[in-house]
Design a binder for this molecule. Structure first.
Ligand SMILES: O=C(O)CCC(=O)C(=O)O
Length: 295
């Protein structure tokens, strides 16, 4: 990892030019396949060798706690095994190498069944300045059946320009965004692939990769899984979805770094905005809610 701030890249290494990626591969030859898959397709599948006990506990959490609720955000607050999957050091080290800045997990989601979530890019939910320093790591907690509504993603879509909230027409409600993404998929002739992962495998997706949950062909089937969202050090973090068109400002996040167990301040040098009152209160609420994780 680069030691000094001045050496930190402005673009993730995997999304930089050939020279940066070649240099990464010459340092870590074992990463060649992952690097080229992320660069070309915007995703990579691997086995990060999670602890078998943690996978079993996280799966049981999906079965018992998530169950009918569909999803639980930040299950690590009550279940340490979920936190341990999120802070799994080999994944943090790998992401840090692939992006050129230290990665940190800031949110988990656990699912019992397929989400059937419409296609979207995480850059609309969580973006950064410099942009694209965010990714998702989706972990199969059981073997995923094609009929269970597996993850769906569109290889290559991460190369599309990042959509700005102001580019959306209409009332700019979330369904307008989803329609816009559907049009993009059709206009670009993007072809889907499905995440038929085996238990313990993980899929890394780039911030701008279009993905979602496919149809559950067999509603009896479970699709126990965990996704952890990661940001990278020394950026500003924001939520484009909550862009304030009247003020022309982003909603700035102060994400909680699960690996270091503290909030990370958005770096003001990357922004020319002031924090809104809402953001200041959101920050205080997060601090109040913060409790020492047990993992
Ligand atoms: O697991 C899924 O079906 C989708 C998850 C997802 O889209 C997300 O976490 O951004």
């Amino acid at each position: 990892m680069p030691a000094r701030e001045s050496e930190l890249p402005d673009t993730p290494v995997i999304e930089s030019g050939d020279a940066a990626r070649a240099s990464l591969i010459s340092t870590y030859p074992e990463l060649a396949e992952i690097v080229s898959s992320l660069a070309e397709n915007g995703y990579a599948i691997l086995d990060p060798e999670y602890d078998a006990g943690d996978l079993a506990t996280a799966e049981a959490f999906c079965r018992d706690a998530v169950a009918d609720r569909g999803r639980i955000q930040d299950g690590w607050i009550s279940e340490p095994a979920i936190g341990r999957v999120a802070v799994h050091q080999p994944i943090i080290d790998l992401l840090s190498q692939l992006y050129g800045r230290r990665a940190f997990p800031f949110q988990t989601l656990n699912f019992e069944v397929g989400t059937q979530q419409k296609p979207h890019s995480d850059t609309y939910h969580f973006n950064s300045s410099p942009e694209r320093f965010m990714c998702g790591v989706w972990v199969a907690l059981e073997d995923i059946s094609p009929d269970a509504g597996p993850l769906i993603y569109y290889p290559g879509s991460h190369k599309l320009p990042i959509l700005k909230r102001t580019e959306l027409g209409g009332t700019q409600l979330y369904p307008d965004y989803e329609k816009h993404i559907q049009r993009l998929v059709e206009d670009h002739g993007l072809q889907p692939e499905y995440g038929l992962l085996k238990r313990g495998q993980a899929l890394i997706w780039s911030a701008n990769l279009i993905h979602g949950g496919s149809a559950r062909k067999n509603p009896e089937l479970t699709r126990r899984s965990q996704v952890t969202h990661y940001y990278f050090e020394d950026c500003a973090y924001h939520t484009p979805l909550d862009f304030d068109p009247e003020r022309g400002t982003h909603f700035i996040r102060q994400p909680y770094d699960l690996s270091r167990k503290k909030h990370v301040l958005s770096q003001r040098k990357h922004l020319d905005e002031q924090l809104s009152l809402r953001e200041i209160w959101a920050q205080r609420w997060h601090l109040w809610r913060q409790r020492p994780p047990r993992f």
